[in-house]
Design a binder for this molecule. Structure first.
Ligand code: PGA
Length: 261
């Protein structure tokens, strides 16, 4: 995988937004896989600025959801569908007709998971999947010891993830659902380009394990090592535990055919 160390979150957001813009110029109906959480917000802000300045046209762009709470009504402000509408679709000028996501309120959740995997394939697959990472190394809601070959399915959140996400639910962990639908790790690995963004010292251990540790389900993000085109964008704080940080900087600075990431 390629590791790109940037000075701060804003620079990371700009770099990834430019990669998305280049993709959309090449392929105007590209399917962008997006993540929720605090980390990706600078990416969406930078991409929205490009849309406003007409540096990129999103009129045919499509957006795919990574994960969703089970049982929260779609119109709940913290359902990931609502969050993505607010933080991604509206700022980018993309309507719900350009959106695809799993149905977290389906009677038959298992069937809804399988239907979402099929829908992603039928849509031609995700072109670029943006990922965050949990302090425990989760990607999407694939918690530690998720199968590295997993498909979209229902998962139970760890207590730590529910604690981490309580900030979106009035700091009340009781309101955080126990169950989620998440694209599986095998599903995520089918995207053509994986871009993981991590910022802040709290992610440093997870990033060191992801980039330099052995591939192991205990740290789901290590599956990125199996992908032919995976980019890990980290700020200085998130890079602070990387043994080969000097090499990653050198390698990126000497990239022969520099085309973004
Ligand atoms: P965060 O979440 O960006 O809010 O830290 C990341 C994640 O849990 O995947």
């Amino acid at each position: 995988m390629e590791v790109v160390i940037v000075p701060d979150a804003k620079a990371g957001g700009e770099l990834i937004a430019e990669a998305m813009a280049q993709l959309l110029r090449r392929k105007p109906d590209a399917l962008l896989g997006v993540a929720t959480g605090s980390t990706p917000l600078p990416v969406y802000e930078a991409l929205a600025a490009k849309v406003r300045s007409e540096a990129v046209d999103t009129s045919r762009a499509r957006i795919a959801q990574l994960d969703e709470y089970v049982g929260l009504p779609a119109e709940h402000p913290e359902s990931y569908r609502s969050v993505l509408r607010r933080e991604v679709l509206e700022p980018l000028g993309i309507g719900m007709d350009g959106f695809m996501g799993p149905d977290g309120t389906a009677e038959d959740v298992r069937a809804a998971c399988e239907a979402y995997d099929r829908a992603l394939s039928a849509a031609g697959g995700v072109d670029l999947q943006l990922l965050g990472i949990g302090t425990d190394g989760h990607i999407g809601f694939n918690e530690p010891c998720s199968s590295l070959a997993s498909r979209t399915r229902i998962k139970t959140l760890t207590e730590q993830t529910r604690i981490d996400n309580a900030r979106f639910f009035d700091d009340d962990i009781e309101q955080v659902p126990h169950h989620v639908i998440t694209q599986g790790i095998g599903t995520i690995l089918e995207a053509r380009h994986l871009v993981l963004l991590a910022t802040g010292a709290g992610k440093a251990d997870a990033i060191a394990a992801t980039v330099e540790g052995p591939v192991a389900a205990i740290c789901p993000a290590t599956a990125l090592q199996l992908h032919p085109h995976a980019t890990v964008v980290v700020d200085e704080a998130a890079a602070s535990e990387l043994e080969l940080a000097g090499y990653y900087r050198y390698s990126y600075a000497h990239k022969p055919d520099w085309q973004g990431i």
